[in-house]
Write a new protein. Structure first.
Length: 118
């Protein structure tokens, strides 16, 4: 048996698979599951609603509904045009309050819309 034959036979022996080096970190797997299932969105929606209620107070919070943050703008839906006008008047103070409560959300503006379904 020459050296080439020996190298060939040794190359045919199966190599062990699935070492710990190739395994994913548990934190990576959990982050992927959280993203796929939308758990982060549910949690952030609760934080947005809580910060909004704190900013506007309980009376206006009952007449509004927080939407999503899109390109730095928090969408807020109102029950009437009167509420919308009042919120537009309070907009600078509301924005400062939201930014202070939720600095990680990077909210740069507020957009109000009247949906009339409340």
């Amino acid at each position: 048996m020459n050296q080439d034959d020996e190298a060939y036979y040794l190359s045919q022996i199966p190599k062990p698979r699935g070492t710990r080096i190739n395994a994913s970190k548990i934190s990576t797997v959990l982050n992927r599951v959280i993203e796929q299932k939308g758990y982060a969105a549910i949690q952030s929606r609760g934080l947005l609603a809580q910060a909004w209620e704190q900013a506007v107070g309980p009376h206006l919070a009952l007449q509004t509904r927080v939407g999503k943050v899109d390109r730095g703008a928090l969408q807020v839906f109102t029950s009437s045009k009167i509420v919308l006008t009042e919120l537009e008047f309070m907009k600078p103070q509301l924005l400062k309050s939201i930014q202070k409560s939720l600095p990680d959300f990077s909210i740069r503006s507020l957009k109000f819309r009247c949906d009339g379904h409340r």
